[in-house]
Design a protein. Sequence first.
Length: 311
Amino acid sequence: MIDVEPLGPVFGAKVSGCDLGLLDDATFAQIRAGLVKHEVLVFENQDITSDQQIALGRRFGELSVSPFSPSSTDDPELIILDNDGDSRRPLTDVWHSDETFRLEPPMATILRSRIVPAYGGDTMFASMTAAYDRLSERMKAYLCGLTATHGHGRFGRILADDPERIDILQRVMKEHPMAHHPVVRVHPESGRKAIFVNSHFTTRIDGVGDDESAAILDFLLRQNLVAEVQLRVRWKPDQVVMWDNRSVQHYAPNDYLPQRRRMERVTIKGDTPVGDGPPPPPVLGGVVPRNTGESVGGDGTEVGAVRAMDN
Ligand SMILES: O=C(O)CCC(=O)C(=O)O
Ligand SMILES: [Fe+2]
């Protein structure tokens, strides 16, 4: 029987009483349900092998192979995040949900610590369902049905500036062209709504002018900075943390170098994000027609009305 103890008032839980290398089906089902409910699960004293971590991930679903992050040479599904004073600067100190440049972003991520610094190197989380719940009803109504563009984030910018590696970016861009995801995502298992734009990959709100996109995105990208929706996880060696990318974002503070920190990660494929409503009707060029007798966003007749006014 596992014990699930909340880590805070809003989200996150510590799970004890199980060995993640040897889970029976009933315990796995409890953990899977616990992940949807608590959004982040922390397991201590899990001395599992890389193969066991990969096998655990596969029980949730097919594993994703990152086109950007460094992986083990034997197992491309196993991402190795190994940093010290001599390595390249880690790129994970930005709020994000994993790999939202994909049309089907990962549902969950399982991170296991191998070497942890004496201090620093925590991982921070923000519950985007809690962030959504805090919005005013007016803002929720405004956001309903909007979509946003997700690009390749920091990965793309760094590769674009490196003549030796720009071909990697070109290949990835062919495979993963820009994705358009709902701004408010309905969780496919819990039905809860979550803000689904992030500082790493989201470039603009679709279908509105540049100014409006920048203002709305700026507002939304500040919602995970609210202390009440955050959780900070301190690492011990042999700790496993799994998170639901559909409902949380995370940020890995870059505060421990030159100490060494080695983490291993598997990422579970997800489905196409579903939004909270149909897209809002287009308004041509942002111009709201007057004196047409038609309501904006009806059956499209207002588009003709705008053209008529332009003549
Ligand atoms: O290193 C960490 O704590 C998290 C890094 C990260 O963003 C990830 O594994 O997806
Ligand atoms: Fe991440």
